[in-house]
Design a protein around this ligand. Structure first.
Ligand code: ADQ
Length: 535
């Protein structure tokens, strides 16, 4: 990251480690979930600081744990201690009972409790205070996700002059949904205190801009290339699209290991030596698990010849179990699994294998390698890393990916995957049937294309392209943004980079146009020819 003169200070709700108290003391665990997985992989060799919550409260001496955890990493860790009330009302409350469902287009699941907003503001100030104590002027502060949307204004109030960016890992909703939020304006205004804001996909970015146009009409929006430039209250913010990726090489390399191949072969022998379908998710209502199970049931009802020949392995990692909606979801999923198994099980064949626990990386890799079909059907998802991990681990190029059109991964992977609407059970059932009957050549051709996309758009490129957008940004405090043309001209005059030509590099690294990967008929035939030729 040599384009940043100082350090990068990552700030996220959770640190990559979690300190879990138990009767005999405490132990260090890895945080689960997409954000921690991606950042850990991308930041492995980069110096800097990571600020976040380690699962502990005020007054606990966790320094030895942080030092131990930092020992194997290139960056140091600083924790923000949260009280039980803050954990309940900021994390479970505002973040996960309001913003999470709202931003995933599920407003009826929101609990707009006013006290949650008070605590959300307080905790954002807490994160900002620890960050302000850590940061120096030439550092870059990179804040992650919906838990911390108010940190920018708190940091600016604290006099922090460093450049700051924000990346939203989840979707951004349309104005009709966003405007239901009672605290919509302070959130938009605080976001515009960042120098750069990143979204997973174009749809999220254009929803954000539509919200600005409706709710903050005084903001100016300049549609530049590759990013937008938003002016508001005398300052400018670069707004871009940066689809997140995975550490492709690490997944590929690990999936190739002989013990993973042996474990995968063992799984196929024990679970299904015919068609093995795999779902891997946090247990979350946005991931569409009940809908997926209903689609699988429809497949078995509509195509009786598939019975005994297709098996679904559904792996779920327990998540947010203290929130009522999540408890109900677990009950619904388990009921559906038992109904399907009750309806179809025959001696020697159980249609749904249900695993409710955190898998080790090796186990996960073995399942990815063993599977014939990766079934990724969230109702809405910022990106969905499972879709990408499945492709990276498919070194034999024999798996088929079915992915929801409402995941960020949908548009990005559409040229090689089968795209479905997860609410259309018949369509998903048909996609499963088609995938199970796809020719070896077609499968290989599609998977080769998918793996190339995932490889090109890896997590390192995501970090690089985000950081390279910073030089386009700059603070123009002290005076309203006049004519937007003028503000753009000013932005162009400003020193752009600590490295020559960075803006050009950034332009070259923007998410490749979808058309580059669109599998036109000719390209498809060419690739199939090549795949067949290599046989
Ligand atoms: P998440 O909602 O957590 O992330 P996702 O992108 O699917 O979702 O990542 C889940 C991660 O957890 C994957 O790395 C997967 O391997 C791991 N995982 C899932 N089930 C597991 C299990 N049983 N055992 C072990 N590991 C398991 C948020 C957004 C996403 C966005 C990411 C990153 O909601 O849309 O892709 O951040 O930006």
């Amino acid at each position: 990251m040599n384009e940043i003169k100082g350090r990068v200070i990552n700030v996220s709700n959770r640190l990559p480690i979690l300190i879990r108290r138990h009767a005999g003391g405490a132990r260090l665990e890895r945080s689960s979930g997409g954000l921690a997985t991606a950042l850990e992989a991308g930041w492995r060799d980069q110096p800097g600081v990571w600020i976040g919550w380690a699962g502990t409260g005020p007054g606990e001496n966790i320094e030895p744990f942080l030092v131990r955890a930092a020992h194997r990493r290139s960056y140091t860790l600083r924790s923000v201690a949260l009280t039980e009330e803050e954990t309940a009302k900021f994390y479970s409350g505002f973040a996960n009972e309001i913003i999470w469902p709202l931003f995933h287009d599920m407003p009826s699941r929101c609990n707009f409790e006013p006290e949650y907003w008070e605590i959300y503001q307080r905790v954002n100030r807490k994160f900002a205070k620890v960050t302000a104590e850590t940061v120096q002027d030439d550092d870059f502060v990179w804040v992650h996700d919906y838990h911390l949307m108010l940190t920018a204004s708190a940091l600016r109030q604290a006099g922090v002059r460093a450049r700051m960016g924000f990346f939203l890992h989840i979707p951004f909703p349309s104005p009709d949904v966003f405007e239901k939020l009672p605290w919509k304006k302070p959130i938009l205004k605080s976001l515009l205190e960042f120098d750069v804001i990143g979204f997973q996909g174009d749809r999220d970015r254009s929803n954000f801009v539509s919200c600005l146009e409706r709710l903050l009409p005084e903001a100016t929006v300049e549609h530049g290339t590759p990013h937008l430039l938003v002016g508001q209250a005398g300052r400018q913010t670069v707004v871009g699209t940066f689809p997140i990726g995975i550490d492709f090489e690490a997944f590929e390399r690990d999936a190739e290991r002989p013990e993973i191949a042996a474990h995968a072969a063992e799984l196929r022998r024990r679970v299904s030596d015919d068609v093995l379908v795999l779902g891997v998710d946090r247990l979350d209502y946005t991931k569409g698990i009940p809908e997926r199970l209903k689609s699988f049931r429809l497949l078995l009802r509509r195509f009786p010849e598939m019975r005994r020949h297709i098996t679904l392995v559904q792996v779920v990692v327990p998540s947010r179990e203290e929130i009522p909606n999540y408890k109900h979801l677990r009950r619904d999923v388990e009921l559906l699994v038992s109904q399907i198994n009750g309806e179809f099980t025959e001696p020697g064949w159980v249609p749904v294998h249900y695993i409710h626990r955190n898998l080790s990386r090796n186990e996960l890799l073995a399942y990815y390698r063993a599977a014939d079909i990766g079934l990724v059907t969230p109702l809405k998802d910022g990106m969905n890393l499972v879709a990408k991990e499945f492709c990276a681990a498919q070194i034999d190029e024999r798996g088929v990916l079915i992915v929801s059109e409402f995941a960020g991964a949908g548009p990005e992977l559409r040229s090689g995957a089968i795209i479905v609407n997860p609410n259309d059970f018949a369509e998903v059932a048909q996609a499963l049937y088609d995938a199970a009957h796809m020719s070896v050549d077609d499968k290989r051709c599609r998977m080769r294309l998918l793996r190339q996309i995932v490889k090109d758009h890896n997590v390192h490129r995501w970090i690089r392209s985000f950081l390279q957008a910073i030089p386009c940004a700059g603070r123009t405090r002290g005076g309203p943004v006049g004519d937007s043309q003028e503000s753009v001209a000013k932005a162009k005059e400003r020193p752009q980079s600590t490295m020559p030509g960075l803006a050009l590099v950034a332009a070259a690294l923007t998410p490749a146009s979808r058309s580059r990967y669109a599998m036109g008929k000719d390209a498809k035939l060419r690739m199939m020819g090549r795949a067949a030729g290599e046989d």
